[in-house]
Structures are given as C-alpha cells and as structure tokens.
Design a protein around this ligand. Structure first.
Ligand code: NDP
Length: 475
C-alpha cells in the first residue's frame, strides 16, 4: 500500500495538520493503490508563507542559477524514468508504452525546453525611450489535472523556476504520486527552501484556497471549464492574475485530397491515445461527403488495431478511463449519441473480457450534426464524431462553431489549401498531418478553452510581470 501522507513544504516533507485522507484508485483494477493526505487550509498557509519567504531571493536568482536547477531536475527525472512510468500506469491507467512515449517524454521535454528557452531569454531590454524589465510575477499557485500527471505539472513548474516564481503545487488527487516523485527530484536539485512546495488535497479545499489566497499572486490552472470559472471568480476578489488551460472539442478537417487511411488513423489516435482524455483531442472529424463511405469503412477496419486492455500488458494502446465518475460521464454521452446520430462502432458498456476496471468501448458516431450534444460538449473519452461537409467553407464554419478553441487538425496534401485551413481554424494550436510536437510551441486556447499560453518562452512569460523604467542610468 502506497500511503504517502506528507506534504512538501519549505524544503521538507511534513505531516499534514489534518487527519483526513484521500484514497487513490488504480483504474485498471479498481483497487486502492494507497492514500494521500487531504490537506487543510493551515497546510496551505504554511506553504504560502514558505513561498513568500523564498520570493525575495528566488526572484533575484540569476539566469545561470535557474538553468542549473532546471538541468539538475531534468537529470533527476531521467534517473527515475522507470518509476515515473510505472507510477503513471498505476494511477492513471495509461499503457506502459503511453506512460513512456507520451507522459514521461513530455514531462522531460518541458524541463529541457525551459533550459533552452532561458538561454536565449532576455529579462531586460533597452527600447529607446525606456528600459523594459521582466520580473517574477510573485508567488504562484499551480492546480493540475489527472490526465497528464507529469506534462501539466512539469510545464508549469519549469516555467515558474525559469521566471523565479516560488510555487505551491496542488496535483490532482486522482494522480498524486508522479507529482510527489517530481517533488523528490526537485528536492535533490537544491532549489532554495520554499521555492517549490506541494500540498495534496481536494480541489474544494486546497484548490479553492489557492485561488482565493491573498498572498498568492498568480494561479495557473488546467482542468474543466466549470472549475476554471470558479477560479476566475475567486481570483477576481484579489485581482489575481490567472492562466487557464481548459477543455476543447477540436476539429479534424480532412481535405478531399487526403489519404483516407492517414485520415482515419489521425481520427483514431486522437481518441485512443490516453483513452481520449486529452484536452486538445480532435473529436469532431469533418470529411468531404464524397469520402463518407470509404472513410467509414477504413476507420472501422482500423479500430481493432488499437488494442484496449490491461495497461501493463504489452501491445495495449488504450487503457481504462481514470475513474468510475469519468466512466459514467462517457457512458451518458454515448447514450445521448445513440439518440442523436448513427452508431458505427462501440456503444455503451464495457468491452468483452474487461469487466473489472473503468474500460469503455471505443465508440464512433457518424451522420453527426455539428449542433448535437456529442459534437458540442467535451466527452473526454474514446468517442469520436464524423460530420460530412459539401465544401471547405462549410467545414471551416462548422469547425469554428463551438465555444472552444484549443486545437485543430488538418489532413490533406495541397499546400495552399492546408495553409488556408490552418489559418482559418480559430484555435491556439494546429497540427498538420503527422507533424511532430515542438516543446517551444505555445499551448493554450481561444474562447472558452482558456486564457494564456504554456510551454517554452511563452510559458515563461506567464510567470513574469513587466516593468518599464524611464531614465535608467546606463551601467
Ligand atoms: P477538475 O477541473 O475538477 O479537476 C482539475 C483540478 O482542479 C484537480 O486538481 C481538482 O482537484 C481541482 N479542483 C477541483 N475543484 C476545484 C476548485 N473549486 N477550485 C480549485 N481547484 C479545483 O476536472 P475533473 O477531474 O472533475 O474532470 C471533469 C472534466 O473536466 C473532464 O471530463 C474533462 O472534460 C475536463 N478536464 C479537462 C482537462 C484539461 O486538460 N483541460 C483535464 C481534466 C479534466 P481534485 O480533483 O484533486 O479535487
């Protein structure tokens, strides 16, 4: 049993001031993995005080010092590779290959990118009539979700360290253990006491406490739109800066010159990777009416190549959903979809032979109307919707007819059309065909997908304030 009941505050692992605990469940077995403490407001206050005390010196640390800390964290992260992978498989249910190739890799990528971004980063610039100075935003509260246990924590932590902002991290209580390993790695990297703190607990106590705390200057949150809204409202009381990375219902626009197999693979990998629990997943697939029959046949044929099952078994592409709640939510959307559209594959219930664990059937709906519930609301599971279009303008209009704007995907060949579609989708990140992810590419959304950008140099900017100094004596 993995009972890890301490918080990391002011450079030490300390007991919680409360006695309540939270059980962490392995979604593949439904068994209790262990317990963490359900932190109290007093625990949070201690962490905020530690961060405030660290602020004067940490915010004045040099670029070189920050680069060295980030490098040490990256080394420590690499040294604990196997443990991180196993932990994420146990707490999230991600197949071992996904824990390694997606989660481990992304967490590491952000620390390495922060080093690279810092090397070229300028905190002071002479702009003729004034000198522009970029300074640490202050103390930051980081609230992270369960779907990417190292990616979401690492991008925020790496940017905060690069900017000299002391932090209090509250990881998702469904997946706290990878974050606690990260805290141990950071402890060994020798950051000043109080520069990094981790308090476990519920969103309603610790998350809510962070967004309303008068001594926290900035909140960086990733999660649901409804919690994002609460955070903004709370933060308004102390005019706190917020960055929100929220949901999405991203379009995949398949052009009429696209390879059908490539298009079907793109559509499937969007819902099968991380069991579709990805904020930027492309879950509305727009295909030309003329491609309907061939695309439907191809996607159904390819579906079994993404094996669903025990995340610890070799060859498995898709594990269970993270929790019983998430499974229930996905089931209710599939039920709605069965009334709104044509079920092409999957459906409600668990896949055969996978009765234990929160497994869902990968589900494909076709003849979907863009204004139906399954095409407008974030499902966060292995469910996709196929929508046909007659001409490209119609596809673009439907793609943008959503409250979200996190990502977009284009599959096709003609360079001019691809460029036109990429520039027409109202979203913060566009992926064309099988393009590789660049860790320096900003990540964040338009419209209700959020406020602000993470990753690389734009991520560092979020943790900085801007000062213009007029009449600065030359050095
Ligand atoms: P939440 O938004 O509830 O959880 C995200 C984080 O916010 C967790 O650390 C959670 O804590 C915390 N939190 C919860 N309530 C508050 C609060 N009042 N104030 C501050 N922090 C809070 O997401 P869910 O886990 O409930 O997932 C629900 C849906 O959200 C998903 O189906 C999906 O649609 C969307 N989602 C989007 C994500 C994204 O990447 N944009 C990521 C995760 C979910 P704790 O859970 O520990 O109590």
């Amino acid at each position: 049993m993995r009972n890890q009941l301490k918080h990391y505050i002011n450079g030490e692992w300390i007991e919680s001031t409360g006695s309540e605990t939270i059980e962490v469940i392995n979604p593949a077995t439904e068994e209790v993995l262990g317990k963490i403490s359900s932190g109290t407001e007093e625990d949070l206050d201690k962490a905020v005080k530690a961060a405030r005390d660290a602020f004067p010196s940490f915010s004045r640390s040099t670029k070189e010092e920050r680069i060295q800390w980030l490098k040490k964290i990256a080394e420590g992260y690499e040294a604990r590779k196997e443990e991180l992978i196993e932990t994420m498989t146990d707490e999230l249910g991600a197949p071992l290959s996904v824990s390694e190739e997606v989660h481990y890799h992304m967490g590491l990528g952000h620390f390495k990118q922060a080093v690279e971004s810092l090397e070229d980063f300028s905190f002071s610039e002479d702009r003729g009539g004034h000198t522009l100075i970029k300074e640490s935003v202050g103390v930051s509260g980081l609230i992270t979700p369960w779907n990417f246990p190292t990616n979401q924590t690492s991008t925020k932590i790496a940017s905060a360290i690069a900017a000299g902002s002391p932090v209090i991290l509250k990881p998702a209580s469904k997946t706290p253990y990878a974050a606690m390993i990260l805290a141990e790695i950071i402890d060994e990297a020798g950051l000043p006491k109080g520069a990094f703190n981790l308090v476990n607990g519920t969103g309603s106590v610790i998350g809510n406490g962070i967004s309303s705390h008068p001594d926290i200057d900035f909140v960086s949150f990733t999660g649901s739109g409804s919690v994002g809204e609460k955070i903004m409202k709370n933060a308004a009381e102390t005019i706190k800066k917020v960055a929100l990375e929220l949901g999405g219902k991203s379009p995949v626009i398949v052009l009429d010159d696209a390879d059908v197999e490539e298009a079907a693979k793109t559509a499937l990998s969007n819902i099968m990777t991380n069991t579709g629990q990805v904020c930027s997943a492309g879950t509305r697939v727009f295909i030309p009416q003329s491609m309907k029959d061939s695309f439907e046949k191809k996607i159904v044929d390819l579906l079994p190549t993404f094996l669903v099952g025990d995340p610890r078994k070799e060859g498995i592409a898709t594990g269970p959903l993270v929790s019983k709640d998430q499974w229930d939510t996905v089931q209710s959307y599939i039920e709605k979809g069965e009334k709104e559209a044509t079920l092409l594959a999957g459906g409600t219930g668990k896949p055969e032979g996978l009765e234990t664990g929160y497994y869902a059937k990968p589900t494909i709906f076709t003849d979907v109307s863009n204004d139906s519930v399954i095409a407008q609301e974030e499902i966060f599971g292995p469910v996709t919707t196929i929508i046909t279009y007659e001409n490209l303008e119609e596809a673009i209009d439907m793609a943008n007819d959503t409250v979200y704007g996190l990502a977009g995907y284009v599959v096709g060949k003609d360079p001019e059309t691809v460029r036109y579609v990429a520039s027409s989708i109202k979203a913060g990140r566009i992926k064309i065909n099988d393009a590789k992810t660049d860790f320096n590419g900003p990540f964040g959304g338009y419209k209700q997908s959020g406020i602000g950008r993470e990753w690389g140099d734009f991520g560092i900017e979020e943790f900085l304030e801007i000062k213009s100094v007029h009449g600065m004596p030359s050095s």
